[in-house]
Design a protein around this ligand. Structure first.
Ligand code: G1P
Length: 235
């Protein structure tokens, strides 16, 4: 997700983490003791890989104090995001695409000036675990959204077009989130906040390429296999 954001031209990454997720920070920051130890062993390749990660972008960290859902997690980053448009990337959704999906969505946001979400068709059995949209295609891969519902029962779902974890939003989403009461699962849902913005326009981008949800054990395995097969030295 970080590489995708950087490829899309994003320079500042805000991690929203909960207590006990310090390993995220440790991964992205310099670790002088470990660097010295690796250098002493002469493993220059590994050292170069380690040193590249902290240089990819500027990083900040926000702790989400309460487990009140994705909408609340995004709201907790409001100060750090200041008043600029921003992208939300849920790193358990891994996307393989020629052009960075986030970058394509930023271009669409620049054109339309309204929220942009990523979507893909999913099989019936995934519908009740995801946000689902009612949408009409207006250009190649671009849809206008007329309805959004978080984790509907299959019989209530307007389509099989599901929200995948990429959003490009303006700062006006924060006010919408403040107005949003807890929804599905008792959590503040970004889907509900976005649904309230439909009258002014919400767009969906059906990204090309592959996608895996690594939040599920089989998905994690599938993502590892896919990534390995893409690498000439492993395939
Ligand atoms: C979140 C969103 C949901 C979206 C999903 C994509 O759900 O609320 O609308 O479809 O991410 O991964 P979560 O996976 O956090 O339950």
């Amino acid at each position: 997700a970080v590489l995708e954001a950087v490829e899309a031209g994003i320079e500042h990454i805000i991690f929203v983490v909960s207590k006990g997720q310090d390993s995220v920070r440790a991964y992205f920051e310099r670790l002088p003791d470990l660097e010295r130890a690796i250098e002493a062993k002469g493993n220059t390749k590994l050292l170069a890989q380690m040193l590249a990660i902290p240089k990819l972008a500027q990083y900040s960290y926000v702790e989400q104090k309460r487990q009140l859902g994705l909408g609340d997690a995004i709201l907790s980053a409001a100060d750090a995001a200041s008043d600029e448009p921003f992208a939300v990337l849920l790193p358990d959704d891994v996307i393989w695409s020629e052009a960075a999906t986030t970058g394509e969505m930023i271009a669409l946001f620049a054109e339309r000036g309204r929220p942009v979400i990523a979507v893909r068709e999913v099989p019936d059995e995934r519908v009740s675990s995801l946000g689902i949209v009612d949408a009409a295609e207006v250009a190649d891969r671009v849809y206008t959204v007329s309805g959004m519902v978080e984790k509907p029962a299959l019989e209530d779902a307007p389509s099989n077009l599901a929200i995948i974890g990429r959003y490009v939003l303006g700062a006006d989403i924060f006010e919408a989130l403040r107005q949003t009461r807890p929804g599905a699962g008792g959590e503040v849902q970004i889907t509900d906040a976005l649904a309230s913005m439909i009258p002014g326009g919400v767009y969906a981008y059906q990204f090309p390429g592959g996608h895996v949800d690594v939040g599920r054990p089989l998905g994690l395995l599938q993502a590892s296999m896919t990534e390995a097969l893409r690498r000439p030295d492993m395939a």
